[in-house]
Design a protein around this ligand. Structure first.
Ligand SMILES: Nc1ncnc2c1ncn2[C@@H]1O[C@H](COP(=O)(O)OP(=O)(O)OP(=O)(O)O)[C@@H](O)[C@H]1O
Length: 636
């Protein structure tokens, strides 16, 4: 198993050998591989039961019908009885096998889907950020559907037919090795060639599955982005992207046709040869033959049985040839789902994992740099200390690294260089459980489940109705809740679409309050908050920050003013560090931002960037941190 490039993030099972894939199959879906002996036995019985018919025909012909005698009726009756019993046995075994494999496959697929979702939740945030979510969804839905389709369309029969083919080959050999040899040689040659073609088909179906996933992604974007598409009049662009994705998928499907048709053509040639050879040579060598030809001493019954056995041998071969596409499609789908499970879990647990110390959490960064992929660092050489219980606001213009800093503290990104300590513990060593309970982020636009407000607040914690009421009251949300038709039972819609951005933040704040974290990272909403909701958000925020270390990504002056200390970010570095009163009185980036903010508040317009031409210019825009500003709490 290998890792794909930086852009991919998932394990790559493309180059994995069959042995490794089988081991994965055994460990991830034991239900599929357990009880293989019974499965094989059922396949054998089903295959053998069918093959009884040619044998009974031979018996009836040789011992009765072709040489009539007083016991002929009994012979025929016996043959019919055995033949019927074999057929019924084959039908029963086949039914049992079908049911068994179908149920097991569905159980295995359900397990794969559940484990896949669980693994997605465990994948490191950083790795996860590189994965298109539509691709992950299709790996656990349509890709695995290809396996169901294969099983429904006769995948099980393939197993019975394989057993039937082997038994038929053995019987043909037993009747006449001279006839069996060329026929088996042709079948073997076909299987060898098919194996080669199968590798090509497999690769091409992997591309098909990738294209299908990309197409779903484009369609998903066109549907979820309908508001933007309509308001910006970009329907044509959206449709062009969709047309391109559909065409690429169709092209990938077409690409599989050449090897598939080659395979079918070769299969037909080989199968026709085997059938014709056994029929013609069998009849000729048993009756009238040239001197150089082998003389077969087959009875009339044996000859008829041979001719019937040929059909039992070539029919499964034919099915195998025809099903190559579906087999490969199913394998490609299964492999893509397995890649999710084969991706390492990012969960920190076990004896090496450490707990955060009790109480508000101190944050210490030493020489930390962070980068996205191969891009230049988004944060550079940061050395910052935040005391337990301190409220620090982070300000800076767009792209200065504020959100990256928030992601770093909440383990959504890892440092490329330097050390990040929470409560003195290296952040990477903090157990997931401790992290979930003690560190929380309230993002700008929080994700809400399509459920009630109460369910959303209680998500992830075992809180009861009393705790919920306490939280609502302590954050001052009661008056707002009472304005809603169904109060706490009001459904919020998909991703909270029925609430305003500010209201979504209120729900997220209540959810976070219930978790009761000791390090709180708040990414303030930049827009969409009406004045009344804003007052509620500010009130709830004020209540929430008490007694915890808080880092607020501040987009508004008022948030920065309320903090104990302000970190001013510029080009991924902290260029100023101190309380509001001190920084605003000093020329520098913060004073610039403040002037712009105040101007905006008075004008009531959108906040211009300090880099705008209209913005006041108090210092060199491109300059890095000045020598007088150290990113250290000891020197604000
Ligand atoms: N997922 C990402 N992949 C690559 N580069 C990114 C990613 N996210 C942010 N960046 C880059 O990192 C730098 C810092 O971005 P960041 O989002 O931290 O800035 P910010 O100060 O939070 O901006 P804003 O105020 O607009 O939210 C920018 O140059 C940005 O383009």
């Amino acid at each position: 198993m290998s890792e794909r490039g930086v852009g991919e993030g998932l394990a790559d099972l493309g180059p994995a050998r069959a042995g490794e894939l089988l081991r994965l199959l055994r460990t991830t879906t034991p239900v599929l591989t357990s009880g293989l002996t019974l499965t094989a036995l059922l396949a054998l019985v089903a295959g053998a039961g069918r093959i009884v018919t040619p044998l009974t025909v031979q018996y009836a012909l040789d011992h009765g019908l072709l040489h009539p005698h007083p016991g002929t009726a009994d012979v025929v009756l016996r043959a019919v009885g055995i033949g019927a019993a074999g057929t019924v046995l084959a039908a029963l075994a086949s039914w049992w096998l079908n049911r068994r494999i179908f149920r097991r496959t569905e159980t295995a697929l359900a397990q794969l889907r559940a484990d896949g979702v669980a693994r997605i939740h465990e994948i490191q945030f950083e790795r996860f950020g590189r994965l298109p979510s539509a691709d992950l969804v299709s790996r656990l839905t349509s890709d695995l559907d290809a396996v169901t389709t294969f099983v429904q369309n006769g995948g099980v029969l393939l197993l019975v037919n394989a057993a039937q083919m082997v038994i038929a080959a053995l019987l043909i050999t037993a009747y006449s090795w001279q006839l069996a040899l060329p026929a088996l040689a042709a079948a073997t040659l076909l299987l060898v060639v098919m194996r080669r073609i199968q590798a090509v088909v497999g690769r091409r179906f992997t591309v098909v599955r990738e294209r299908v996933s990309a197409m779903q992604s484009v369609i998903g974007e066109a549907v979820t982005g309908i508001g933007v598409v309509r308001s910006t009049g970009t329907e044509r662009r959206s449709r062009a992207a969709m047309d391109a994705a559909v065409e690429e998928t169709a092209a990938a499907q077409r690409h599989t046709l050449v090897p598939l048709h080659t395979n079918t053509a070769l299969g037909e040639v080989a199968i026709s040869f085997i059938t014709a050879f056994i029929v013609v040579a069998g009849v000729r060598w048993s009756t009238d033959h040239a001197r150089w030809e082998p003389a077969l001493h087959l009875s009339a019954g044996e000859l008829v049985a041979m001719l019937l056995l040929v059909t039992f041998f070539v029919r499964p071969l034919q099915q195998l040839v025809q099903m190559l596409g579906e087999v490969q499609n199913a394998v490609a789908g299964w492999r893509r789902a397995m890649e999710v499970l084969a991706t390492p879990s990012g969960v920190v647990a076990g004896p090496a994992a450490r707990e955060l110390p009790p109480g508000p959490i101190a944050v210490d960064l030493h020489d930390v740099s962070v980068a996205y992929g191969d891009n230049p660092p988004a944060l550079r050489d940061l050395t910052i200390g935040i005391d337990p219980g301190e409220h620090v606001a982070v300000v800076g213009e767009t792209g200065s690294g504020k959100s990256t800093f928030a992601r770093l503290l909440t383990r959504q990104l890892a440092a490329r260089q330097g050390r990040v300590l929470l409560g003195g513990v290296p952040i990477g060593q903090v157990s997931d459980l401790s992290f979930q309970r003690r560190v929380a982020i309230v993002p700008q636009d929080p994700f809400l489940f399509d459920a009630s407000i109460a369910d959303n607040i209680l998500a992830g914690v075992r809180g009861d109705a009393r705790a919920l009421d306490e939280i609502v009251d302590s954050l001052g949300l009661r008056a707002w809740i009472e304005t809603l038709a169904d109060g706490l039972d009001t459904r919020v819609g998909v991703r909270g679409a029925r609430l305003s951005a500010g209201e979504r933040q209120l729900v997220a704040l209540a959810r976070t309050a219930l978790v009761d974290p000791d390090l709180l990272v708040l990414d303030e909403a930049t827009s969409g908050v009406d004045p009344a909701t804003d007052v509620r958000v500010q009130h709830a925020l004020g209540a929430l920050t008490v007694g915890r270390t808080t880092v607020s990504i501040a987009h508004r002056m008022v948030t920065a003013e309320h903090a104990d200390r302000i970190l001013v970010f510029d080009h991924g570095q902290v260029v100023q560090n101190g309380p509001h009163g001190e920084l605003v009185a000093r020329p520098g980036r913060y004073a610039e931002l403040h002037t712009v903010w105040v101007g905006h508040t008075l004008a009531g317009g959108p906040v211009p960037s300090p880099r705008d031409e209209s913005a006041p210019r108090g210092c060199d825009e491109r300059r890095g941190p000045t020598s007088t500003v150290r990113n250290d709490r000891s020197t604000p």
